[in-house]
Design a protein around this ligand. Structure first.
Ligand SMILES: Cc1ncc(COP(=O)(O)O)c(C=O)c1O
Length: 389
């Protein structure tokens, strides 16, 4: 029987040495960077403990077990069976995106991103020699969608690639099969490439239908790459392992043509952990995590309604990141600043996600109900106080 996961206690979490727990002093509650506060899935702990016992800390010998594990995972979770022959590994999703982009664009080519979006996307495009073409998500009043008309215009005027976030960080949007299908058709029409970042895909809630981009029709398989990892769902970002996936012969050739060094950067601990994460024995842990996140996203809705009625929040369909509009509080374009300084809660800065993020904060609810409650209580207490400056 699936049971919800319990987060570690604050005292335990404070002993962690990762970015989330060391960036700010102890009095600050950290709900910013995308790390989660749960113990590892038992199969991952076992795999890593065994490697430690053996001093198995060298280079990765073969990516085959990882590719096979992901293909089986995608079959069970998304009804998609990508061919392991079309996969290569690297250190992380960001690196995979940059390495693919470098090979599918020429220096100075425009690459479409859809703000508000995971801030490093802007830098990854530049790192690969491209120029960022911003086509914001469209706010439908009840959710967000890709602005296919604008994307079509950008592609028609020469943009060469789309860096898609599927599911989307920070809004938690799971793009519809129809919109992905249409995006793929447009990319095919204009000879462009779509790179789909699917790092949050394992975290789609069970009541929502997830479409891996490469399954969104024949054009998608032709024009697309997927880049993914176990790192967000299973909290393995420090272990450095990600997968790049292509289906069409042309795009597989791109992956085959990557320098061998790209694959050598895969971390062995990351690979061992990812194989354990994608194994059937970790499904129950993942289901437990999804239950916890479901409860947390609802708790957040209740807390905001009760204590911060000015906040506008739509529950995400995937992940553990909440995109909250706090403009109604009148705390300026970047409310996270005051919340950090005076409320001692660290949230991610809305404007870092693009101009569309003015007045917003991103809150990580991959933690305990107690920490979420304390964070919202601290933020709400600022409502009755004049800003310090
Ligand atoms: C959409 C998205 N892509 C990539 C990353 C970073 O992944 P990696 O550490 O594998 O580069 C994150 C991290 O939060 C993310 O949200």
């Amino acid at each position: 029987m699936t049971v919800p996961l319990q987060a570690l206690s604050l005292a335990e979490l404070r002993q962690r040495t990762s970015e989330k727990w060391r960036e700010y002093p102890e009095e600050v509650l950290p709900l910013f960077v995308a790390e989660t506060d749960f113990a590892l899935a038992p199969a991952i702990s076992r795999a890593l403990e065994e490697a430690l016992r053996l001093g198995d800390t060298g280079y990765v010998a073969s990516r085959t077990p990882l590719a096979a594990a992901y293909s089986a995972f995608a079959t069970r979770r998304f009804g998609w069976s990508p061919d392991p022959a079309g996969m290569r590994s690297t250190a992380d999703v960001s690196m995979g995106i940059v390495e693919i982009l470098r090979r599918v664009i020429q220096p100075g080519d425009r690459v479409i991103v859809n703000p508000p979006v995971y801030p490093p996307f802007f830098d990854l495009v530049t790192e690969a020699g491209g120029e960022v073409e911003r086509v914001p998500l469209r706010d439908t009043g009840t959710g967000w969608t890709l602005d296919l008309d604008q994307i079509a215009q950008s592609l028609a005027s020469g943009a060469r690639a789309v860096l898609l976030c599927n599911p989307h960080n920070p809004t938690g949007t799971v793009h519809s099969a129809e919109s992905l299908h249409a995006l793929a058709e447009l990319a095919a029409q204009y000879g462009a490439t779509v790179i789909s970042d699917e790092i949050h895909a394992p975290l789609v809630q069970p009541d929502v239908k997830y479409t891996p981009f490469l399954t969104a029709g024949p054009a998608a398989a032709e024009v697309g790459f997927a880049v993914t990892s176990a790192s967000k769902a299973f909290n393995l970002a420090g272990l450095k392992c990600a997968l790049m996936i292509a289906e069409s012969e042309q795009n597989r050739a791109v992956l085959r043509g990557l320098p061998v060094e790209v694959e050598w950067r895969t971390g062995l601990f990351g690979l061992l952990a990812a194989v354990a994460a994608f194994a059937p024995e970790s499904d129950e842990w993942l289901d437990g995590l999804l239950m916890t996140l479901d409860a947390n996203r609802r708790l957040l809705r209740e807390l905001l309604a009760e204590h911060l009625p000015e906040a506008r929040y739509r529950m995400p369909d995937a992940g553990y990141l909440a995109w909250i509009d706090l403009a109604g509080l009148g705390w300026g374009d970047n409310p996270s600043r005051r919340i950090l300084r005076e409320g001692k809660v660290a949230l991610h800065f809305g404007p870092a996600f693009g101009a569309e993020g003015r007045g917003y904060v991103r809150l990580n609810f991959g933690t305990s109900p107690e920490i979420i409650t304390e964070a919202i209580t601290r933020i709400a207490s600022l409502r009755s106080v004049e800003p310090a400056e």
